[in-house]
Design a protein around this ligand. Structure first.
Ligand SMILES: [Mn+2]
Length: 143
């Protein structure tokens, strides 16, 4: 069974914590995701059962290769979507919340096609300028 949005949030966060600090503890995850530690423990047990990580009660846990592979993709997906919203001109203060809202609800096909589009803009920044021109025109129409 594919991971649920909530499982994805945990795996993404655990991957980032391990990258950043070398380990992830229940308390770190609870703080980062703003949830109660008992919810973290419950989820970590489920992720252990599904073989995304190995949980040892008093020693914290590590991602399995399955968990690490998924974590890496989820972090890539999050960064790609931030990049995408940035390129299309979404204001900075909306980007994080918007990405959190959509990231779990797109197919990997859609993610890859958005990746193509980001590449299309990055390969020739004139294309970004042209988009900004359209946006300026549309803004004047809206006003
Ligand atoms: Mn995310």
């Amino acid at each position: 069974m594919p991971p649920t949005p909530s499982m994805e949030d945990y795996i993404e966060r655990i991957y980032l914590l391990i990258q950043d600090k070398g380990y992830a503890r229940v308390s770190d995850i609870a703080e980062a995701l703003e949830v109660h530690p008992s919810s973290v423990t419950k989820m970590v047990q489920k992720l252990d059962k599904d073989q995304y990580l190995i949980y040892e009660k008093y020693r914290g846990f590590i991602l399995t290769s399955k968990g690490e592979k998924l974590g890496k993709r989820l972090v890539y997906r999050h960064e790609l979507l931030e990049n995408f919203l940035n390129i299309i001109g979404v204001s900075q203060d909306k980007i994080y919340v918007d990405v959190e809202g959509i990231e779990h609800h797109l197919s990997w096909d859609a993610i890859d096609r958005i990746g193509d589009l980001v590449q299309y803009f990055e390969e020739d920044t004139d294309r970004i300028s042209q988009l900004r021109d359209i946006q300026k025109r549309n803004k004047n129409v809206d006003d």
